[in-house]
Design a protein around this ligand. Structure first.
Ligand code: F6P
Length: 363
């Protein structure tokens, strides 16, 4: 059997534990030795007890837990070649050459760099006398499969990332709660949601909670957005509505690229329309709590498929990402996804919103 290691990297998300569990159990089922790498790339660089063998039972009772039981980190050391060299040693000395990386685009790009560097890193380790030529020859390269764990759903190449569905659930529960109190006091509420540069959470939450207005980075409003917003809200009130809900993505901007914050929106509504207005910033609540059934099953399916993909890979195989396409698990070249995700950001930086939206879509 092969030796497989699994780690979680970058911001956590609900459903990561389910993916870890599935990698461990599918790996063991297929006769592999499976290792946890604790604390993401930092654990890979530091080695020692951070890299520990997993058992069937070590992943019992985690499918229902939010976060990641094996810890996650944003790691500066791994960005340096010296850090990657230590990581390569820690893996090869345990015979690990199959990796499942659960993280966002930064973490997956790091995995790709690692693979490209691998032969050179081994050469250096041989030169230093740290490893033997024989050991290096047994592990000419490392095979990598990525799973996208992020609440933001900001990764091109998969319809959903692990955690998005749960975050949406958290958001709409919070908005529903806000609606009930807003209703009593005839207030307007501006709710800020996460998503970094991606408006998916904001847009879908707005649709699912019957919000009056929504600001997202991919489709910025013109610079007279204040007038458009006030006009819309006053029409709603004129029709007898007692409250207003406005969802603002944390990365929202206007067409000139100027940030639109929840406080700015609140000031406009309270000063222009004189509505009693409050801001609610949901923050990390969105990233916590029990994963939804969808995210548990998504993590399960992606984890199992990741191990199956690794079993078919050779040292020549390019890294891939397991993605959900419709209702199927598919394998997509990792770099293709990363490049497209970066192209979205580039288009947004260039204020080419149409291209950004097209690239975010499926085809
Ligand atoms: O990528 C997930 C995310 O929660 C984003 O939505 C948010 O912008 C960011 O991470 C927050 O990062 P941190 O947890 O480091 O504050």
């Amino acid at each position: 059997g092969r030796t497989v290691a699994v780690f979680t990297s970058g911001g956590d998300s609900q459903g990561m534990n389910s993916a870890v569990r599935s990698v461990v159990r599918m790996g063991i089922y297929l006769g592999c030795r499976v290792y946890f790498i604790n604390e993401g790339y930092q654990g890979m660089v530091d080695g020692g007890e951070h890299i520990a063998e997993a058992t069937w039972n070590s992943v019992s009772d985690i499918i229902q837990k939010g976060g990641t039981i094996i810890g996650s980190a944003r790691c500066a050391d791994f960005r340096e070649r010296e850090g990657r060299k230590k990581a390569a040693y820690n893996l090869i000395s345990r015979g690990i050459t199959n990796l499942v990386c659960i993280g966002g685009d930064g973490s997956l790009t790091g995995a790709n760099t690692f693979r490209k560097d691998w032969p050179g890193l081994l050469e250096e380790l041989i030169k230093d006398g740290t490893i033997s030529q024989e050991l290096a020859d047994q592990h000419p390269n490392i095979q990598i499969v990525g799973l996208v764990g992020s609440i933001d759903n900001d990764f091109c190449g998969t319809d959903m990332t692990i955690g998005t569905d749960t975050a949406l659930q958290r958001i709409i529960e919070a908005v529903d709660a806000v609606v009930s109190t807003a209703q009593s006091h005839q207030r307007a509420f501006v709710v800020e949601v996460m998503g970094r540069h991606c408006g998916y959470l904001a847009l879908v939450a707005a649709l699912a909670s019957e919000a009056d207005f929504c600001f997202i980075p991919e489709w910025p409003p013109p610079s007279n957005w204040r007038d458009i917003l006030c006009q819309k809200l006053s029409v709603m009130r004129g029709e007898g509505q007692r409250l207003n809900i406005i969802i603002v993505a944390e990365g929202a901007i206007d067409r000139d690229g100027t940030a639109i914050s929840a406080d700015m929106v609140k000031d406009v509504v309270s000063k222009t329309l004189k509505y009693d207005t409050r801001v609610t910033v949901l923050g990390h609540v969105q990233r916590g709590g029990h994963p939804s059934a969808f995210d548990r099953i998504l993590g399960c399916r992606m984890g199992a498929e990741a191990v199956l993909a690794l079993m078919e890979m050779t040292p020549e195989s390019e890294p891939c990402v397991i993605s959900i396409d419709g209702n199927s698990m598919v394998r997509v070249p990792l770099m293709q996804c990363v490049e497209r995700t970066q192209a979205v950001q580039k288009a947004m930086n260039e204020k080419d919103w149409e291209t950004a939206v097209r690239l975010r879509g499926r085809s």
